[in-house]
Ligand binder design. Structure first.
Ligand code: DAH
Length: 356
């Protein structure tokens, strides 16, 4: 009998030492397996008498049951421990703040573009969109910009592959090509309606062209107030009787509404652009606030040059108008008091989230 107690003790101790299910199964084999110690004992009974077999057999069975019970207990203990570990690893801290889905918002320059569109929209201006890859014709030639104009140099302009030597392609350096693109479409509609000759300049009746064209523009330029990609918003108003007075009125109204300041004043400073004559740079001055008293340039403008009117397909003897080009990035800097343009294009959420 003592040998049986010993075996049960040894088995229990071996099971206790096993710390993984695999180790436990190995220990089990040592005692209950085909050549395990219990099996050996059973085999040893062959030589015993019938009576001895009975009592020895019963004792061995009790010992075997004890070993099996110890095994089951250890299995359960290991499974419990594993479950505990798993629960710990997957523990949820229900007191942690929930994960929020960050609410997105519009970029400050987009807010400005929306604002520009809303204000000019209220004055009856359409909004047109055009390609950012332009032909040299729309970007320069049609806008009365001569071959030798500095803006055409490689130094200022991003030329792109795909054009020909005669008709190079480039990233538009301003939104002014939209003047031509939009006007040509507009004129075609009314010229076709009356069956007018498409090879002649149009001098028939048509509704006025009143449009703005906001969008991205590109120049080889980079510092605190210039970025290789920047925004412009073109404006064009062409009709039979549109004068500089209209430009002054429209632009003054726009600036005062945009900056929500009725005492903001404007200055039209004589300047030069190939596509307007006369041309003016538009400066604004705030009556109050940190920038009060300083003249700040916000746009270029002028009366559309007769050559440009011609390239729109219109007769300059009949049609006249004005155009302007606004810098929405600059308007955004002035509106929010931002002093470095590059902040707009760094994509830093800490900066951008302040505008929501
Ligand atoms: N395209 C000009 C520029 O990029 C801005 C400009 C000036 C646009 C005068 C106009 C204009 O329409 O009339 O500097």
């Amino acid at each position: 009998m003592t040998d049986l107690f010993e075996i049960v003790d040894a088995a229990t101790a071996a099971f206790a030492q096993a710390v993984t299910p695999a180790e436990l199964e190995n220990a089990k084999a040592l005692f209950l397996g085909k050549s395990g110690r219990m099996t050996e004992l059973m085999k040893g009974m062959a030589a015993l008498s019938v009576d001895e077999k009975k009592s020895r057999g019963a004792a061995i069975n009790v010992a075997k049951q004890a070993i099996e019970a110890a095994l089951t207990q250890r299995r359960q203990a290991l499974a419990d421990a594993e479950l505990q570990l798993q629960l710990q690893a997957e523990a949820l801290d229900v007191t942690l703040p929930g994960r929020q889905r960050g609410a997105g918002g519009l970029h400050p320059v987009s807010l400005t573009l929306e604002r520009i569109e809303a204000i000019f929209g209220s004055m009856g201006f359409d909004v047109a969109q055009g390609p950012e890859i332009e032909t040299d014709w729309f970007n320069f030639t049609a806008l009365n910009t001569p071959e030798d104009h500095p803006a055409r140099s490689m130094h200022d302009t991003f030329y792109v592959e795909g054009g020909t030597e005669k008709a190079p392609l480039l990233l538009r350096t301003h939104t002014s090509p939209m003047q031509i693109r939009h006007a040509v479409q507009h004129v075609k509609k009314y010229r076709d309606a009356v069956g007018a000759d498409s090879s002649a300049l149009f001098s028939g009746d048509m509704p006025e062209i009143r449009v703005i064209a906001p969008g991205r523009t590109y120049r080889v330029d980079s510092d605190a107030t210039h970025s290789p990609m920047f925004h412009q918003c073109e404006g064009l108003w062409v009709g039979e009787n549109v004068s500089f007075k209209d430009l002054k009125f429209v632009f003054t109204d726009f600036c005062r509404t945009f900056f929500e300041s009725d005492d903001l004043v404007l200055r039209f400073r004589p300047s030069f652009f190939p596509f307007t004559e006369p041309s003016a740079e538009i400066d604004i001055q705030f009556a109050a606030g940190p920038l009060a008293g300083r003249w700040l340039e916000v746009a270029g403008s002028g009366q559309v040059h007769p050559n440009v009117i011609r390239n729109m397909g219109l007769d300059p003897e009949k049609f006249i108008g004005f155009a302007f080009g606004i810098g929405p990035d600059r308007l955004t800097m002035l509106r929010y008091g931002v002093n470095d343009l590059r902040l707009f294009f760094d994509g830093d959420i800490r900066f951008l989230s302040q505008f929501q």
